[in-house]
Ligand binder design. Structure first.
Ligand SMILES: Nc1nc2c(c(=O)[nH]1)N=C([C@H](O)[C@H](O)COP(=O)(O)OP(=O)(O)OP(=O)(O)O)CN2
Ligand SMILES: [Zn+2]
Length: 163
């Protein structure tokens, strides 16, 4: 039986090259080295990243498409690739350079419990690159944006599905 509405997924892969360094402002020099190892080296390093963006939708009966590939390519290019390709993620991309996440934690000292604010920055891991790309593409695709996968190497990748 053929259904009236069928949910389908359409994906596009792109590549980009960026430099970065894994280093947290919330850790000491020694802690950074212990957590990130060689990826914390002050010279930084680079990756030929791959990003895969998946759109969820129904098939337009006239075009046979759930999204026009031209629109998907254009959005990935302008919203993501133009900002990260041949860039230093930590210095050139605002999300990693200066967009703080405000977290509040309770710190207990000898006599009382104090509310202390802690500024947390986005470290340029594959996980956070997924979040960056999601934030950039969500205004374009809304609920149709299904999944973003970012691969640093053939061996390492992260995925985000907006959850
Ligand atoms: N959870 C995460 N951990 C790490 C990430 C990350 O994005 N999320 N990223 C890195 C570094 O960016 C690093 O460049 C990864 O490279 P490496 O450790 O060399 O891993 P490879 O798979 O490329 O190489 P092998 O030497 O074969 O392991 C680190 N951690
Ligand atoms: Zn790296």
């Amino acid at each position: 039986m053929v259904r009236d509405t069928m949910t389908v997924y359409f994906s596009r892969k792109e590549k980009f090259s960026s430099a970065h360094r894994l280093n947290s402002k919330n850790l000491t020099e020694e802690e950074n080295l212990a957590v990130y190892g060689k990826c914390n080296h002050k010279n930084g390093h680079g990756h030929n990243y791959e990003i895969k963006v998946t759109i969820k939708g129904t098939i337009d009966p006239i075009t046979g498409m759930c999204i026009n590939l031209t629109d998907l390519k254009e959005a990935i290019q302008t919203q993501v690739l133009d900002l990260v390709d041949h860039k230093n993620l930590d210095l050139d991309v605002k999300f990693f350079k200066e967009t703080p996440r405000y977290n509040f934690c309770l710190k207990k000292d000898a006599c009382n419990v104090k509310l202390t604010s802690l500024l947390l920055y986005h470290i340029s891991t594959a996980e956070n690159i997924c979040i960056f790309a999601w934030n950039q593409l969500l205004p374009v695709f809304g609920d149709s944006l299904y999944r973003i996968k970012v691969s640093e190497t053939d061996k390492n990748s992260a995925e985000y599905r907006g959850e």
